[in-house]
Write a protein that binds this ligand. Structure first.
Ligand code: GLA
Ligand code: ZN
Length: 672
């Protein structure tokens, strides 16, 4: 399945009219029409309203919300509303409240905090979802189902402990297998009964928080178990929805690069992917781009929905900068450029009270339609209307892939040694950024994905190597492709057990190297690396590489390993395996990645313009669209590399003619 079929990009967002009297709804719809809003995500937090007591359901308000939307010609993404518990439920069934990492059973409060193993939660959430599906399956406004909201978090209660033990029995079948996988002869941990196994937390294997564990294998399995436990909640709701509604696509809103849940394990169960984009302060544009591409990679390159973004400002951070004029439009077209087939906000009208009252909204507390934000939302609404179906269903024709692996992320960051400051996302982002800024389209894919479409496969910090991945990477190189990996790759198997071979383990033949030692230094220690004509800086980890067939491309400049290789290239079949043995600075990573891309003719035509992002989508009818996004507050002056028409203005530009992008401007060039 793909996202719901629509004639244009669905535009709108989270709408909670249950918070206001009916007169406000009239005003909302008047303003929605003005702004070109056609899609409303409703019911996300209305459980206590829809089910005020265990035996009482009341659909009066939701009926009105959906009927009104339909009457106004708007479509609805209907949430099951199971992410925030009603107080009666937590009081009556205290088991639904989570037990935290410190072992404290919580009491009623907040949201996103139900125990995934609680039978009461499972029973009540599915009966609510079933009733909603029964009631609204054929409603004319229904466009998509939105199960729960931003699944996440971990519970360590007795129910979860039991569920973890069952999950382990399923995975390992015997205690011997589990003892081997967890390496329990270390520190006298050999288990003789499944009931001896405890969830890993502050009371058991951990110290200094969730990343410091005595047994990585145990903690990794708890991450995997939590992923599956929450997925079980999603699947249970989806199943009851499907019993009443066989067709309407089902999703749940993800959070991009969200460490606690391995979204690749969820992906097959979603009809389409959707996510909420709130990039960190000061993130370069490639940060949200990486998250978009990761979300597109969940469903094998199919378009996803941008389920939430703020039209103006967040409120959850200590400081919450405003989106500057033009930034909302740019972020929205960036999402579309990377595969978004919907552009939705959190939120349509600002809450009056509680912790989200200062989160930006299309309509603020004063209800005005003459604010800058409302105007920008309206202008964008008009542009999306003009764009119509042009981008819908379009796919990214990437020949470069970046492997993203939650297991490697977890294993790297819960490891004692070599280096805590090495962060998975930072390293992955550095390589992604280098490829994107060189103008390459990049698919961000799971390690199980088919690698045959790619000329270049980037596999930075691939700490854990599972299954036949090493062989598949060798196949890429053997047929002429290039595979890149980095320091701290090829270290452990799926149980976090070190390979009993030379580092980088199963990647060693492809890389043509052997690593016996590595030096981990504080952030402020800089090691010069000579690469080509230039010198770059490297930090954090310096692996000492012995070439075994590979040739040095870059060398360390200092310390007792001065003159030894820091970057190597190994001929393998028709192609190459590249290894970067240290955390190079961004210019160094750029240099390496550009050299690789150039070998495959994958450097884009605008790669000399550092502020201009380019991204390609190919529409179902074969039309090729090139998005050019200017991330600078000044105009960008380019020369058109081919004759094309800008979909947003209808203007034609001939090859070789000047092509100027406005400050923060976007053009969508159509070639044919
Ligand atoms: C998240 C949630 C929303 C809301 C917004 C606020 O993405 O899904 O319910 O809390 O953040 O920015
Ligand atoms: Zn629990």
């Amino acid at each position: 399945m793909t996202p719901p079929r629509t004639p244009k990009i669905p535009y709108g967002g989270d709408y909670n009219p249950e918070q206001w009297p009916q007169e406000v709804w009239d005003e909302d719809h008047r303003l929605f029409t003005r702004a070109g809003i056609d899609t409303l995500t409703v019911g996300v937090f209305s459980w206590s309203l829809t089910q005020p007591a265990e035996d009482t359901y009341d659909f009066t308000v939701l009926d009105r919300v959906l009927d009104r939307a339909a009457a106004e010609g708007r479509q609805v993404c209907l949430a099951t509303g199971t992410a925030a518990l009603p107080p009666w439920l937590a009081k009556k069934y205290p088991e639904v409240n989570r037990t935290d990492f410190e072992g404290r059973r919580h009491r009623y409060g907040q949201r996103h905090n139900f125990c995934p193993s609680s039978p009461a939660y499972r029973r009540l959430s599915t009966s609510l979802a079933a009733r909603l599906a029964e009631r609204y399956a054929d409603h004319p406004a229904l466009l998509a189902w939105h199960i729960n909201n931003e699944y996440g978090g971990t519970c360590y209660c007795e129910l979860c402990a039991d569920a973890f033990r069952s999950w382990l029995r399923e995975r390992y079948a015997t205690l011997d297998a589990l003892n081997d996988a967890w390496y329990t002869t270390f520190w006298s941990h050999r288990y003789t009964d499944w009931d001896e196994i405890e969830p890993p937390n502050a009371l058991t294997e951990h110290w200094r928080g969730p990343d410091h564990t005595a047994f990585q294998g145990t903690t990794l399995d708890y991450f995997r178990f939590t992923t599956d436990a929450l997925l079980g909640c999603f699947l249970a709701e989806k199943e009851v929805i499907r019993a009443h509604d066989q067709d309407t696509p089902v999703t749940t809103n993800f959070m991009g690069m969200f460490r606690p849940l391995d979204y690749h394990r969820w992906a097959p169960h979603l009809d389409f992917a959707s996510w909420d984009s709130y990039p960190p302060l000061d993130a370069p544009p490639t940060w949200p781009a990486l998250a978009h591409d990761l979300m597109r990679g969940l469903k094998d390159g199919a378009p996803f929905w941008l389920m939430e973004q703020t039209p103006s400002t967040t409120a959850c951070r200590d400081v919450n900068p405003l989106r500057r004029p033009g930034e909302l439009r740019l972020a929205t077209f960036q999402a579309v450029a990377h595969g978004a087939d919907a552009a939705l906000y959190f939120q349509m009208r600002a809450s009056r009270g509680a912790c989200e009252k200062y989160i930006g909204a299309v309509i603020g507390h004063a209800g005005r339609d003459d604010t800058r934000v409302f105007r920008e939302v309206t202008d964008l609404g008009r542009e999306l209307e003009l764009l119509g179906s042009a981008t819908l269903g379009a796919r990214t024709p990437a020949r470069t892939a970046l492997l993203f692996d939650w297991d490697s992320w977890w294993a790297l960051e819960i490891s004692d040694g070599p280096s805590r400051p090495v962060r998975y996302q930072d390293t992955v982002h550095a390589y992604y950024r280098a490829a994107r800024e060189a103008g390459a389209d990049v698919d961000v894919i799971p390690q199980t994905a088919d690698l045959t479409p790619y000329d270049v496969v980037l596999a930075p910090v691939l700490h854990m190597v599972k299954g036949d991945l090493a062989a598949r990477l060798e196949t890429v190189a053997a047929r002429g492709g290039t595979v890149l990996s980095t320091f701290l790759s090829g270290r452990v198997d799926e149980h976090d057990l070190a390979f009993l071979t030379d580092v980088p383990g199963p990647l060693a033949p492809l890389m043509g190297i052997r690593v016996d030692e590595w030096d981990s230094r504080p952030q402020d220690v800089v090691q010069p690396v000579e690469l080509g004509e230039s010198s770059y800086s490297a930090r954090l980890v310096f692996e000492i590489v012995q070439p075994r067939g590979a040739e040095p491309v870059g060398t360390y400049g200092a310390d007792f390993y001065a003159g030894t290789p820091a970057v190597t290239r190994n001929r393998f079949g028709e192609g190459e395996g590249w290894y970067v043995a240290t955390a190079l600075d961004q210019p160094g990573v750029d240099q390496v990645v550009r050299e690789i891309l150039a070998r495959h003719d994958l450097i884009g035509p605008y790669s000399d313009h550092p502020t201009v992002e380019s991204a390609t989508r190919v529409a179902p009818d074969g039309t090729r669209l090139l998005f050019l996004l200017n991330h600078a507050p000044e105009p960008a002056r380019l020369t058109a590399h081919a004759t094309a028409t800008d979909l947003l203005t209808g203007k034609r530009v001939d090859q070789g003619e000047p092509l100027t992008l406005d400050p923060l401007g976007t053009v969508i060039l159509r070639f044919q």
